[in-house]
Design a protein. Structure first.
Length: 137
């Protein structure tokens, strides 16, 4: 299941994400993964050490297809993952709204039973209709 936290820069999306990660780390029986793109590793000190933090800066991810493959690779490497949290989607894949729907559909088809939460820095109204529907879940 995909969930989106949508809003413009400075609206508290990362804080909401951190709170969700901390709650998941306390109650989840499986593994919790957080994916971020940050040169400063800012989340390392803000989330529980039990959460697997992956900085995509280390993997030279470029584009929607490569990132979808990366996420599915993380899932295939560990069957125990129940939740994945991804901060700053557009910093990782870029703002190509045409590819965005296909990206989310590919993730949703392959990871049906996994909760995946993305932060998206944009006004909800500017996003494609399909993406807006994901944000309303």
């Amino acid at each position: 299941m995909i969930k989106l936290i949508v809003g413009t820069k400075g609206t508290g999306k990362t804080k909401i994400l951190i709170d969700m990660i901390q709650d998941a780390a306390q109650i989840d029986n499986g593994s919790v993964v957080c994916i971020d793109k940050s040169k400063s590793n800012k989340l390392r000190y803000q989330i529980s050490h039990s959460v697997r933090l992956i900085n995509v800066e280390d993997y030279e991810i470029m584009g929607h297809d490569m990132f979808a493959g990366f996420i599915l690779g993380v899932l295939s490497a560990n069957y125990d993952i129940n939740e994945i949290y991804i901060d700053s989607l557009f910093k990782i894949v870029g703002r190509d709204y045409i590819k965005l729907e296909r990206f989310f559909k590919k993730i949703e088809e392959s990871a049906k039973d996994i909760k995946i939460v993305f932060t998206v820095s944009e006004d909800l109204e500017k996003l494609p209709e399909y993406v807006q529907e994901l944000a309303k879940r």
